[in-house]
Design a protein. Structure first.
Length: 102
């Protein structure tokens, strides 16, 4: 789902319970549905190891990942008339997802 601010909105579940409601992402594309759980698992492990990462840090970081990192070319709209979307895939599975999302 997309928010009015152009960010992708996801609810992340664990064991049938929503643990991250309305998580907003500035990185777009359907593949984020697979990427975000891996990111959250990595963060969970870091927290278990003693890193101080709050839920607010996670929400803020994912909501502004492209802005913070300068990452471009991930389902990025670079033109509107005609609609031009730029995306990259670095392996076969990634390219398949880009093609499927069109």
């Amino acid at each position: 789902m997309m928010g009015l601010d152009g960010k992708q909105i996801m609810n992340i579940e664990k064991n049938g319970k929503i643990i991250y409601p309305e998580l907003r992402l500035d990185l777009l594309g359907i593949y984020q549905q697979k990427n975000v759980p891996a990111v959250l698992k990595a963060l969970e492990i870091l927290i278990e190891k003693g890193w101080e990462i709050s839920k607010q840090n996670i929400y803020d970081g994912l909501s502004n990942a492209a802005k913070i990192t300068g990452l471009m070319g991930r389902w990025q709209i670079i033109g509107n008339n005609p609609l031009i979307i730029c995306d990259t895939g670095h392996n076969e599975d990634g390219l398949k997802m880009v093609v499927e999302a069109r």
